[in-house]
Design a protein around this ligand. Sequence first.
Ligand code: 3NM
Length: 221
Amino acid sequence: MQRMNSEHLRDLLKVYFIMGSVNCRKAPVKVLQEAVAGGITMFQFREKGTGSLSDEARLNLGRRLQKICHANGVPFIVNDDIDLAIALDADGIHVGQEDTPALAIRQLLGENKIIGVSAHSFAEAQQAIADGADYLGVGPIYPTSSKEDAKAVQGTAMIEELRNKGITIPLVGIGGITLQNVAPVLTAGADGISVISAIAGAEDITTTARGFVYKVSLSGT
Ligand code: 3NM
């Protein structure tokens, strides 16, 4: 099996919704169904933080969310947990700098899985690419309360720096992104945006997701 084509991945990353049960104000299955109805292009199951599910409950929720993704042609990515990604045969995995390096994950999961890596500097981006990452997550762009150990807010500067220094692989901005502040992230060079609370916590999830799809389409990425 082959690595996913970068241009296809750029499309899939446009509106990349991330959540776990702690991010939801109603049943996670319902939240994901509504987000999918609004046109999200990729989904990451991130079951993390105080009160998050573990073991069987985690696996079962993952399975239910994955089913919704598959029924709608939305790739299902698992955050950090390689065992869970393997158990579910997820479409890919997203890892941070403190997690297993992309190189080891690539060897474990094979060529046909999507591997995303969080990068906060040019050096981290270069290393991730050398290790076989398919895309980079760059943030936090704006202040966020969804990640307990978030690094310092960097605005769009790091995205610009990475693009100016010749990093061309698919890239998403993350952290505090809303319908009101999404445009500069794309102008800076991101292919798409990753969002937790602006979608998971929205009054009208479907309309909000649809709003992101529209805003990203306006930037012509
Ligand atoms: N990673 P929200 S910021 C999961 O900077 C995550 O790498 C970040 O949630 C990073 O859209 C973040 O609610 C949280 O701000 C994003």
